[in-house]
Design a protein around this ligand. Structure first.
Ligand code: URA
Length: 193
């Protein structure tokens, strides 16, 4: 199955109760052979309306961080969420929603085969890296699991609430850029140094 076939099945998903309140499934966006994947928590209102991840205010901030290290959803990364439908009132996804949604993310990993996964915020980091992961204390650090390098940074929505933390997140993106240069072969094709 390729990514477009997976998307077609995913947008018809009714595996958990979120299908009753969603407007659109937010499958994810980016290039199908991305070496770097970003994983958020779940769609918010704008994402639910448009069917695309990180298109609201926090997404605009994320795009600025991405751009500062030559990453973009059109060029060299893929962005998805741990749950693909909006939890009502933006509450945290429930364990059963995450569990029902996990096979979609696993298939995305199987098809895209990322080398690096960047978790955006606590919820994604605790699901993807370790249940007791502390984004405040451990952001920017790297963990290898099943041949994939994982890191986490602050969620852009948290940066909007607390702008004094923006330099900390920027440092994580600089660290990410260095790691990409070390392990990725396609992400910066025109400017290898
Ligand atoms: N926050 C997330 O975690 N994911 C989105 O897609 C949008 C906002």
């Amino acid at each position: 199955m390729n990514l477009e076939e997976l998307r077609a099945s995913c947008i018809a998903c009714e595996k958990c109760g979120l299908c009753q309140t969603r407007t659109n499934v937010v499958f994810g966006t980016g290039v199908p052979n991305a070496e770097v994947m970003f994983i958020g928590e779940g769609p918010g209102q704008r994402e639910d309306e448009q069917g695309l991840p990180f298109v609201g205010r926090s997404g605009q901030l994320l795009d600025r961080y991405l751009q500062s290290v030559d990453l973009s959803r059109d060029k060299n990364i893929f962005i998805a969420n741990i749950v693909k439908c909006r939890p009502p009132n933006n509450r945290d996804p429930l364990a059963e929603e995450w569990a029902a949604c996990l096979p979609w993310l696993e298939e995305q990993f199987r098809i895209i085969q990322p080398k690096i996964v960047v978790c955006l915020g606590r919820i994604a980091a605790q699901r993807m890296i370790r249940p007791d992961f502390s984004v405040t204390k451990e952001h920017g650090q790297w963990t290898e699991k099943n041949g994939i390098l994982y890191t986490a940074t602050l969620h852009p929505a948290a940066l909007l609430r607390n702008p004094s933390q923006k330099p900390i997140a920027f440092e994580d993106f600089v660290t990410l850029r260095e790691k990409i240069k070390e392990v990725c072969t396609r992400t910066y094709p025109q400017q290898e140094d």
